[in-house]
Design a protein around this ligand. Structure first.
Ligand SMILES: Nc1ncnc2c1ncn2[C@@H]1O[C@H](COP(=O)(O)OP(=O)(O)OP(=O)(O)O)[C@@H](O)[C@H]1O
Length: 205
């Protein structure tokens, strides 16, 4: 169970200037996070990952306090180690597809399985600049999964994929999430995208 009750004053957002989120996520659940542009969806994911510090509140994951403003507990991103798919992918320009995955894990069988799921088997020696937008996005997803994270934070992870690729990938990811026992929080603007897999929705703002 992931229990979040946090507040953060946002810089320069008209109308709503404080982001408040109070929500419990069941272990193994997939939640779609929605809300208008600029409301703080990315900021929320980054606060959970430990990349941005909330002003107040608590984050408790499986009984472990990751953040507590009043008790001054704030685990580092390395201690939290979620899988994170950034909206702009944040790939390493000088690393090939294979090196991105090997940087995260030494488990070759797992790497090969991820490459198959992401349909990147024939691109293992390509660097990001020689990949299409959709291939880069799939690599960002595979890299996040390489560490078999218990928590996956995904920021618009399917925005560059065509409908068929997206459908296939989401079906495969569902199986993988179950297998590794991951809880997923997925920011998505597209209402149809996660209809069949996401049991829950969190509307921010
Ligand atoms: N570290 C930070 N501290 C406070 N405010 C921040 C911080 N980083 C970003 N913000 C502000 O938070 C607001 C929301 O940005 P954010 O990227 O979280 O929105 P979003 O809902 O993900 O938007 P979009 O759907 O367009 O990606 C912005 O106005 C931004 O200036």
């Amino acid at each position: 169970m992931i229990s979040i009750d946090i507040e953060k004053k946002l810089k320069a957002y008209k109308g709503v200037d404080v982001l408040r989120v109070k929500k419990d996520f069941a272990t193994g659940s997939i939640t779609r996070i929605t809300g208008p542009s600029g409301v703080g969806k990315t900021t929320l994911l980054k606060m959970i990952a430990g990349l941005i510090t909330p002003d107040a509140g608590r984050i408790v994951v499986d009984g472990i306090t990751w953040f507590d403003a009043s008790q001054k507990i704030n685990l580092s991103p390395q201690q939290r180690m979620p899988g994170f798919v950034f909206q702009d992918y944040a790939l390493f320009p000088n690393m090939t597809v294979q090196q991105h995955l090997e940087y995260a894990t030494k488990n070759t069988a797992w790497i090969n399985r991820l490459l198959t799921i992401g349909k990147l088997e024939t691109f293992t020696d390509h660097k990001p600049e020689y990949l299409s937008g959709g291939q880069q996005q799939r690599l960002a997803i595979l890299r996040a999964l390489a560490i078999k994270p218990k928590l996956l934070l995904m920021d618009e992870p399917f925005s560059a994929l065509d409908v068929k690729m997206k459908g296939d990938l989401i079906a495969d990811l569902q199986v993988l999430f179950k297998e590794i026992g991951a809880t997923a929080l997925i920011v998505s603007h597209n209402p149809q995208e996660l209809d069949r897999v996401s049991g829950d929705e969190l509307e921010v703002g």
